[in-house]
Unconditional design. Structure first.
Length: 634
């Protein structure tokens, strides 16, 4: 037996390991299982190249709890280590690796992605003593290494005869939760459910596949089937062959649906479509992303994209790796090329990671373009569920904005869907104003803006229905990149002002009459909120129309949905225009009414009707309006 000091110069590594991110102690299991997985893959490789003359068998990793002895054991059937190798890999390499990791971690509070790389010594986060019993595939005796968390270790021979390594953790008194079966099952499910090597955790009973229960009939003809014979088998907790590791050509739609369910067992809504990622140059990355059906009360923190490294779960915080707008997607990405022992801010500046993010964006755009091209009708039915992601992408990534030209849709209030180019083509003739600007009309709510939509449709104009929360920003961007194209919400002004043509409508009122009328109306409406504007319009248009100036409304909306607005504009009070149609009969009547009382009543009634069509009439005003209306029809 030999005894020694792992490294005399650093006595305090064990307390450091112990302190390491208290809440993340659980990663020790992932680290040890990863070592067992590596040891199995290495042996497989040595067998394949003829360096190891042994049988791999159905090598698995076994996790077991011994509550009486307070141990947790991780046992693999990998290549094992000789005593010399334990000395070299555990006492030297693993130790200096852990040291280096902790050194890096010290200046990097909680920033390290997935806390990968602490390695074997992470065992001391939960164990007061660790034993390694290992037998190499080489013809050498087994070795037994013990360390109780002090820099001292012992190394002696052991009589283990089967190949592989057992790591026995004597769980510390403050970590006994890791002796609970439910806790270990939770960790195995979280980190290792797609591990490359099968992981056994206990046994389970299943129906014996070689047994067929017989059915007998009694004298009354009643059938009885004997119970199925049960056998006990290994409880393998993982799927070593998840869908993303396979070739897209080998998978059917159903396989993707099943994988989605496997990944998110608590998610009952199916995904809309998937994107299979598969690249090996200039970086390695595989994965499957799913477009979920978005609903307004969806919990964004649930069922997020999961990042794996060689089928081992790292994190479901993919910030910096997946572009922001795609973080609403679901699924898995797996890459050995993402540096995980660095901070997130470093990650965002990393060239390889930037390329990965760019690649994902491109793949998503290509997929959307092909879905649109191959089945436009189906794409249109899905548009409502995916538009927020696409619009957000168009706003945040210029490359995506360019690509989205071919598939981003602009639906009308009548459920026709145009691409931007189609929209321009369709509206060019009718909706170009006298200054050569093409005006795209839109509504945000079909019900609330009904009368404005009707007014536009009467003129033969198309009205889009743009109702997603970030549409204000998108419109701004579209206007910025298309000179001479302007967007206007249907209720931003009366329709003849939204798309101004050369033909001026002659006013039935003289200038003097207008000057008399204006103050009368101003006196009857709250002037701090309404600006009265007299316009000669079509005599069939409404007498009073309330409009919300486009610029003001857009700025307020953009500020409400985050950024982009002008300073403080979001806090401005609501401002409206009251457009008075001087060619309407009623307006003429208001002017010519002799009694001030009747005049006021007419104005109030017309004003309330205008408010009603903007959904602005509430409370006491609404009660008064109803009362006045009954009096008028008496
Ligand atoms: N179960 C095992 N079977 C065989 N060798 C092992 C086993 N566990 C650890 N080793 C040896 O000890 C070395 C150090 O392990 P450690 O976990 O500290 O670092 P690592 O696995 O090399 O890297 P990482 O920092 O990614 O964990 C391994 O490289 C391997 O040679």
């Amino acid at each position: 037996m030999s005894k020694g000091n792992i490294n005399v110069s650093v006595e305090n590594i064990f307390p450091l390991i112990k302190k390491f991110l208290y809440s993340d102690h659980e990663i020790f299991l992932r680290e040890l299982i990863s070592n067992g997985t590596d040891a199995t893959s290495k042996l497989k490789h040595l067998i394949a190249i003829g360096e190891a003359k042994v049988e791999l068998g159905d090598a698995k990793i076994e996790i077991s709890i011994d509550k009486d002895n307070k141990t947790l054991t991780i046992k693999d059937q990998g290549l094992g280590m000789t005593a010399d190798e334990v000395e070299k890999y555990i006492n030297q390499i693993a130790f200096s690796g852990a040291e280096e990791f902790l050194d890096k971690y010290k200046d990097n509070e909680a920033g390290i992605i997935g806390h990968f790389g602490l390695g074997f010594y992470s065992a001391f986060m939960v164990a007061k003593k660790v034993e390694i019993i290992t037998k190499s595939f080489k013809d050498e005796p087994a070795a037994h290494w013990t360390c109780d968390g002090s820099p001292e270790f012992t190394l002696e021979a052991h009589d283990k005869t089967d190949r592989g390594t057992e790591i026995i953790l004597h769980i510390a008194d403050d970590s006994t939760e890791f002796l609970e079966e439910s806790k270990i099952r939770e960790l195995l499910t979280k980190y290792n459910r797609f591990n490359q090597v099968p992981i056994k955790f206990g046994t389970k009973k299943i129906n014996d596949p070689d047994f067929t229960p017989t059915t007998t009939k009694d004298k009354d003809g009643k059938e009885t089937t004997e119970p199925h014979k049960q056998i006990e088998v290994d409880n393998i907790i993982n799927n070593t062959d998840p869908a993303w590791t396979k070739k897209p050509a080998d998978l059917e739609d159903e396989d993707y649906t099943n994988f989605y369910r496997e990944l998110y067992p608590m998610q009952f809504e199916e995904s809309l479509f998937h994107i299979h990622l598969n690249v090996d140059y200039p970086f390695n990355l595989t994965g499957i992303l799913f477009f979920p059906k978005l609903s307004p009360n969806m919990d964004m923190q649930k069922d997020k994209i999961q990042l794996y490294q060689n089928q081992v779960f790292v994190t479901d915080n993919v910030e910096g790796i997946v572009p922001d707008f795609l973080q609403m997607l679901k699924g898995v990405i797996d890459s050995p090329d993402i540096p995980l022992n660095v901070s997130r801010s470093y990650l965002q500046a990393d060239g390889a990671v930037k390329k990965i993010s760019g690649y994902i964006t491109k793949k998503v755009a290509d997929k959307l373009a092909s879905l649109f091209k191959n089945n436009r009708e189906d794409f249109e039915t899905k548009w409502n569920d995916i538009k927020v992601i696409i619009e957000y992408g168009m706003l945040s990534e210029d490359k995506f904005f360019d690509k989205a030209k071919s598939f981003a849709l602009y639906p009308t209030v009548d459920n026709s869907y145009f691409t931007f180019d189609e929209l321009l083509e369709k509206t060019k003739a009718a909706q170009t104003d006298k200054d050569g600007n093409q005006i795209i009309l839109y509504a945000a709510n079909k019900e609330a803006q009904h009368s404005y939509i009707q007014a536009a449709k009467t003129k033969g104009y198309e009205v889009l229905l743009l109702d997603s929360p970030i549409v204000g920003h998108l419109i701004q961007k579209l206007e910025g990149s298309n000179e001479k194209v302007k967007f206007a919400r249907v209720d931003a002004d009366h329709i003849d002002n939204l798309i101004k043509k050369d033909d001026t409508v002659i006013s039935k009122l003289t200038d003097e009459e207008k000057e008399t009328l204006k103050p009368i109306i101003e006196a009857a409406v709250p002037k701090e909120t309404y600006t009265v504007q007299l316009e000669a319009m079509d005599s069939s248009a409404s007498p009073f129309i309330i409009t919300v100036p486009e610029f003001m409304r857009r700025m307020k909306e953009m500020q409400a949905s985050g950024g982009g607005g002008m300073m403080g504009m979001g806090n401005f009070p609501d401002m409206y225009n009251l457009v008075v149609n001087t060619n309407h009969e009623l307006v003429g009547e208001i002017l010519n009414t002799k009694t001030a009382k009747k005049q006021e009543r007419l104005i109030k009634q017309a004003f309330d009707l205008a408010k009603l069509s903007q959904n602005l009439l509430h409370g006491e005003e609404l009660t008064n309006f109803i009362k006045r209306s009954y009096e008028l029809i008496k």
